[in-house]
Design a protein around this ligand. Structure first.
Ligand SMILES: Nc1ncnc2c1ncn2[C@@H]1O[C@H](COP(=O)(O)OP(=O)(O)OP(=O)(O)O)[C@@H](O)[C@H]1O
Ligand SMILES: [Mg+2]
Length: 322
């Protein structure tokens, strides 16, 4: 297999809160993504998905801090890079698409200006060339009247169209890695599918690696190659998508899958996992899932199990398999 495009090793990102509380939002995460591969990061709200993606981009601000770990992009450790050096990498080597494009797009500039600005920030091209490239990109992501769209402001576009514009900006400099954090959560179901299809198409076209963050296992099933299940700032299970759906091992993964609606299942299995993800400053001392686990044992309350292979390419963090 090819060299990983992205390697995240033992990433720890903590937030130092008032009253000496420490929120261990990301606590020892390892990730690898290959070119052309879509890796999904799934988990409930508060499990640490966004903090993981922001950490990879080194966009963590006070009171947060990357405490430990390495972020290796194409063989180069980017962990020690300065903010100025990171600014060159963001948008060029690693691009991102977020849930709400209104916060990423600047409301006072036209779509065309924002697109051209990104292109010219990272590549040496003339204004005319940037204009041509911008129009071409808008057409590529599905704006038939791209010349007109260039002159429009973000608020003049629908949510789905804004997300398309975001994608055009994100892929404008041929990034190697695209991080998409809940890229379609704010959109209607039919538009969601179109946007995810578009992302998938662009991934193939550019042979990008994609880190797809979602809480929707349906999206995982459709678009990811591998999946990492996150809980309480840690990866609790990782394997291929097919294997995850056929042989889920971690009780949390099993609960997530049980809570998926299906034709055969009774509706009362919805919400199979009781309770909520604990806040990152107040995890139980043993396994972080122990309070909600239906298989909880004595040692689960005191020991944090390691993430261990139970089979090639299938890792689980659970005392049941120790
Ligand atoms: N700026 C911050 N200050 C303090 N705590 C934070 C901050 N950002 C995130 N956290 C905490 O880190 C943990 C993980 O948050 P994160 O946003 O990564 O979750 P998530 O998995 O992306 O959830 P969602 O699905 O809701 O987007 C949560 O407990 C959250 O409260
Ligand atoms: Mg999030």
């Amino acid at each position: 297999m090819s060299e990983p495009l992205l390697q995240v090793k033992n990433l720890k990102t903590y937030f130092y809160l008032e009253g000496k509380k420490v929120a261990k939002a990301v606590d020892g995460v390892d990730i690898h993504v290959h070119p052309g591969e879509t890796v999904a990061l799934v988990g409930e709200s508060g499990s640490g998905k966004s903090v993981t993606s922001l950490s990879i981009l080194k966009l963590i601000n006070k009171p947060g801090k990357i405490e430990d770990g390495r972020i290796i992009l194409n063989g180069t450790d980017i962990t020690p890079l300065s903010e100025k050096q990171m600014a060159k990498i963001r948008g060029k080597e690693i691009s991102m698409v977020f849930q709400e494009p209104m916060t990423a797009l600047n409301p006072v500039f036209t779509i065309g200006n924002q697109l051209k600005e990104t292109i010219r920030k990272h590549t040496r091209v003339s204004k005319a060339e940037a204009e041509r490239k911008a129009i071409e990109l808008l057409k590529l992501v599905g704006f038939p009247r791209a010349e007109d769209t260039m002159k429009e402001y973000p608020h003049q576009l629908s949510g789905g169209m804004r997300q398309r514009a975001m994608i055009a900006i994100a892929i404008s400099c041929d990034p190697k890695l695209l991080i998409a954090d809940e890229p379609t959560t704010a959109l209607d179901v039919t538009i969601q599918a179109q946007i995810l299809e578009l992302l998938n198409e662009m991934k193939d076209k550019l042979n990008m690696g994609v880190l797809l963050i979602t809480h929707d296992l349906g999206v995982v099933a459709e678009y990811a190659d591998r999946v990492m299940v996150m809980y309480g700032g840690q990866i609790v299970e990782e394997t291929t998508v097919k294997n995850l759906f056929l042989h889920p091992k971690h009780p949390y993964t099993q609960g997530l899958l049980d809570s998926l609606p299906s034709l055969e299942k009774e509706v009362d299995r919805l919400g199979a996992i009781s309770g909520m993800v604990p806040p990152a400053y107040d995890f139980p001392s043993g396994c972080r899932f122990s309070d909600r686990c239906r298989h909880v044992m004595e040692k689960c309350r005191t020991e944090i199990p390691d993430l261990k292979p139970i089979q090639t390419g299938h890792n689980v963090r659970c005392c049941l398999y120790e």
